[in-house]
Design a binder for this molecule. Structure first.
Ligand code: PMP
Ligand code: GLU
Length: 398
């Protein structure tokens, strides 16, 4: 039998994808499962974007390979978006479009990490950051936070984590899984630290940019003193309900973009041509559907928090962005159901799935084993039902 490679063996399976799979399997057996595991908008891709994709198909002009880093007019549209929304100046040579932001991140790590390099990852983190870093044989260095600190790191913690081996800092704001959003002042305090450490580059994952309930998005690339060390990552999945289209991109110094282009040229080539045409419409066309989705997510957040707050012994921050709640549920560890002890968040998640018929994701994959993550990208009706089930299931524990 073939032995899997050391590279694969260093990585864990994606915790989000694993839970989504378990929930699908249970649903296939006829159980009515409400899945709050995978972070994906339940909205359809807005109609004008779908129309642009249909027109692209019918035109017959986009049936062949696209340029590796994306169509020239898409890269220009991304530059226009970055100017309009973020007041950032980039040129098409700074942009690489990939098959989802997940690939954008992987490109950067594979293109620049060597064995022994350190990557600072504030915890809780999105599940794929450390695994991609491990894939490159580099070392994740975690900075821990907790619910009382709204899961945010301080400049001092960042300073203490940096060593001569640090190559990247990677974080998302708004954050998956915590929903926390760094303020301009907080980001500025990180910039002051980073100014003192010119060997550290910043991978700024801004995929939840549009799902922000507290004002305007702040990108760390807005700070001129470090802009030439920022790799801005964004994509279409969350803000435009285009998870299936698989479009992500980076904006970065041209030599970094060129390295990612070279890597991508040997791995996947240019991403799906039709999805690229839809992305031009998404970025330059009507933004109202995106704003409407944000308002709907905000309403759902309030609904979910109002139910969560009635469940005893759960501690939750008020998420100000993204579409997740990430309660600390450690008070339930050690409780039993029908003689079985639920020892940790993994056990609790399996219990909620098998008994409550609600799929969530254990915090262990996100670097916060005291928490579990629920996505509230679901209808209000399903959310009400799901959190009532969670409450009832937790009440059954002794
Ligand atoms: N970063 C974060 C923080 C995410 O939550 C996701 C969602 N999967 C991604 C990156 C990857 O997005 P995409 O679907 O574009 O690959
Ligand atoms: N980002 C989403 C999540 O965290 C999608 C799943 C994934 O790509 O990991 O659930």
């Amino acid at each position: 039998m073939l032995q899997t490679s050391d590279t694969l063996n260093r990585m864990s399976e994606s915790a989000t994808i694993k839970m989504a799979q378990l929930s699908r399997e249970l649903a296939a057996k006829g159980v009515h499962v409400i899945s709050l595991s995978l972070g994906e908008p339940d909205f359809q891709t807005p109609k004008h974007i779908k129309e642009a994709m249909k027109t692209a198909i019918d035109s017959g002009k986009y049936d062949s390979y696209s340029p590796i880093s994306g169509y020239a007019d898409l890269k220009q549209a991304i530059c226009d978006k970055l100017k309009r929304d973020n007041n950032l100046d980039y040129k098409p040579e700074n942009i690489v479009v990939s098959t989802g932001a997940k690939q954008s991140l992987a490109n950067v790590f594979v293109a620049f990490l060597n064995e022994g390099d350190e990557v600072i990852i504030p915890a809780p983190f999105w599940v794929s950051y450390p695994e991609q870093v491990k894939m490159c044989n580099a070392t994740p260095i975690y900075i821990s936070t907790n619910v009382d600190a709204e899961f945010k790191i301080t400049a001092e913690q960042l300073e203490n984590a940096i060593t001569p081996k640090t190559k990247f800092l990677v974080y998302s704001s708004p954050s998956n899984p915590t929903g926390s959003v760094y303020t301009r002042e907080e980001i500025e305090s990180f910039v002051k630290v980073l100014e003192r450490h010119p060997q550290v580059y910043i991978v700024s994952d801004e995929i939840y940019e549009h799902i922000n309930y507290v004002g305007k998005h702040v990108s760390i690339a807005e700070f001129p003193s470090i802009k030439d060390r920022v790799i801005l990552v964004n994509g279409q999945a969350k803000g435009y309900a285009m998870t299936g289209a698989r479009i992500g991109y980076i904006a970065a110094p041209a030599y970094i973009a060129k390295a990612c282009d070279k890597l991508q040229g040997q791995i996947t080539s240019g991403t799906n041509s039709i999805a690229q045409r839809g992305t031009i419409e998404a970025l330059l066309g009507d933004q109202e559907p995106t704003y409407a989705m944000r308002e709907a997510f905000k309403k759902r957040r309030d609904l979910v928090l109002s139910i969560l707050n009635t469940i005893p012994n759960i501690k939750c921050n008020i998420p100000t962005g993204a579409f997740y709640v990430f309660p600390d549920v450690s008070a339930y560890f050690g409780k039993t159901f029908e003689g079985e002890v639920l020892k940790d968040a993994d056990d609790l998640c399996l219990y909620l799935l098998n008994v409550g018929h609600v799929a969530a994701v254990s915090g262990s994959g996100f670097g916060a084993p005291e928490c579990i993550r629920f996505s509230y990208a679901a209808s209000e009706e399903n959310l009400k039902e799901a959190f009532t089930r969670v409450k009832n299931a937790l009440e059954k524990l002794s």
